[in-house]
Design a protein around this ligand. Structure first.
Ligand SMILES: C[S@@+](CC[C@H](N)C(=O)[O-])C[C@H]1O[C@@H](n2cnc3c(N)ncnc32)[C@H](O)[C@@H]1O
Length: 239
């Protein structure tokens, strides 16, 4: 973990850049574009979600919800009682709130909550299920993010996290907000999880599926291919 930024002084700047990037990106996304993204990314979300279904009667929290590709896909497959989407992008939260009002999500109560994934505005042990897709790599302080997941997870809660990982060492010029500079290795991730007392029960390599999405233009993430990143999904539990 030596090459991960730990200094308090650079973290606010990195987060401000990330937030500004997604505020600009999500403001351009309407309900139709969002539904298309959800449909395309189902190729990587579905195999993972099917490992932890059903969600009925449960409180499901999506960390870095954006416009809800993962959260609303989960609700399509198995509507939870309460779906909470956390993000620090106001435009993402606005769109996710709008999408939640659609007929197909009428059986789920949705709350879009402004917050930092390193300091969640949620109470201890409030979540039966935690979801997160392509957001963890953007955290400058990943240990804080992992500790927060463990804190809000109920005993026995399932945590599904998927993200980009690196196989080789970081170089200085890799852009943070393109989900490259913040990517860590799978070994580093596993150590972090264990330190927060989160246990990995299943793991899926989704690199080929993500490459196919990028190459077919269904996921606008050329840096994933250019930087030779890997994509993994993890199911973890809190004992
Ligand atoms: C690549 S997008 C993924 C969005 C969604 N999970 C998806 O798969 O479509 C990353 C999201 O994480 C959010 N994010 C990144 N860092 C965050 C932080 N520290 N606190 C809250 N949200 C954050 C961004 O605003 C953005 O909406």
């Amino acid at each position: 973990m030596n090459d991960q930024p730990k200094c308090c002084s650079c973290e606010p700047a990195l987060k401000a850049e990330t937030r500004a990037k997604y505020d600009t990106q999500w403001v351009l996304v309407d309900e139709q574009v969002s539904a298309e993204r959800r449909k395309h990314l189902a190729a990587i979300a579905d195999p993972l979600l099917r490992m932890i279904l059903p969600f009925s009667g449960k409180t499901v929290v999506d960390l870095g919800v954006g416009t809800g590709s993962l959260a609303f896909r989960a609700a399509e497959l198995s509507p939870p009682e309460l779906l909470i989407g956390i993000d620090f992008s106001s435009s993402g939260l606005r769109m996710s709130r709008r999408i939640s009002g659609g007929d197909r999500f009428s059986s789920t109560r949705f709350e879009a909550v402004m917050g930092d994934l390193e300091r969640l505005p949620l109470s201890d042990t409030c979540a039966d299920v935690i979801l997160s897709q392509a957001s963890f790599n953007l955290l400058p302080d990943k240990a804080a993010g992992m500790n927060e997941m463990a804190r809000i997870a109920k005993r026995g809660a399932r945590i599904l996290l998927s993200d980009a990982f690196r196989a080789r060492r970081k170089t200085e010029d890799e852009p943070w907000e393109a989900c490259v500079g913040g990517a860590i290795t799978v070994a580093e991730f596993s150590t972090l999880a264990l330190s927060s007392k989160l246990f990995i029960s299943q793991q899926l390599d989704l690199t080929q599926q993500v490459k196919a999405l990028v190459k077919s233009g269904k996921w606008d993430w050329p840096e994933f291919v250019e930087h030779g990143l890997h994509y993994r999904g993890f199911v973890m539990f809190r004992s």
